[in-house]
Design a protein around this ligand. Structure first.
Ligand SMILES: [Zn+2]
Length: 259
């Protein structure tokens, strides 16, 4: 059926679906760190607890129409909601346009949604929930039997992704006697390995370390070193993995061509 739609309409539908999924990701981002169910009860204002009606639950549009405030108690609604919805909508549209329908599209969309949720939760709570990372290691591995990167690269990716960070975390802990990397980061990179395979996982780690160091140095130079802990490593892993999944293959080809 998708094949008979005009391309622009199909991409617009993908974006609309993405906005709805983004709305669900907001629920995950808000509730998971508080150990609340993500499916029950339905959405409510976080201050006055009033349940939201359907027209207050429309992605992006409701935020604009309500002028970022609860209709009853006038509590401000976080800008995170429309941002997550807009990013997810854009990701769905771009992924559909780039991959077209198929197993790879579904695999990359699930992976992208996980990265968005992990980025937002780690940024706010310095936490990478097992409830996201561990099941998705399995999901990524299962998908690898039907599409990229293939089950063998996926398996090596899980072992290398988890193993490399686990070793770094152990060494760092023994040398510095403080925790530099959490086990959440280890499981997250194992998840990246399952979806992207071992080559793009190593690229993810390089990009995350590089951008993390760059921003860390920037914060020290501008003497805002106290912010060192404001940017947890999982956020850089999410950005690195998103870059590796999109421009990674081209980057690797370019790099290997210069060896
Ligand atoms: Zn309210």
């Amino acid at each position: 059926m998708i094949d008979t739609l005009p391309p622009a309409l199909a991409i617009a539908m993908a974006a609309a679906l993405g906005a709805v999924v983004g709305s669900f990701l907001n629920v995950v981002i808000y509730r998971l760190p508080h150990q609340k169910s993500v499916v029950w009860p339905s959405s409510a204002c976080t201050r006055c607890g009033r349940e939201l009606s359907w027209y207050e639950n429309i992605p992006i549009l409701s935020y604009v129409a309500l002028r970022a405030r609860c209709r009853t108690c006038h509590a401000p609604i976080s800008i995170r909601y429309p941002i997550v919805e807009a990013i997810t909508a854009a990701m769905f549209a771009l992924a559909f346009w780039h991959y077209g329908p198929g197993a790879l599209l579904v695999s990359r969309l699930i992976f992208g949604c996980a990265l968005i949720a992990l980025f937002a939760i780690d940024l706010e709570h310095h936490l990478l929930p097992n409830a996201i990372t561990l099941p998705l290691v399995v999901v990524g591995f299962v998908f690898s039997f039907f599409t990229e990167p293939g089950w063998f690269s996926s398996l090596i990716g899980i072992v290398v992704g988890g193993g490399v960070l686990f070793t770094i975390a152990e060494v760092y802990y023994r040398v510095r006697h403080e925790e530099g990397l959490g086990m959440g980061d280890v499981k997250m990179l194992a998840m990246v390995g399952a979806f992207l395979g071992w080559q793009l996982t190593l690229l993810t780690l390089m990009l995350a370390s590089f951008s993390g160091t760059l921003i860390g140095l920037g914060l020290i130079v501008t003497s805002r070193g106290g912010l060192k802990y404001a940017l947890p490593f999982g956020t850089f892993l999410a950005l690195g993995a998103a870059a590796a999944a999109t421009i990674g293959p081209g980057l690797l080809r370019w790099y290997l061509g210069h060896l």
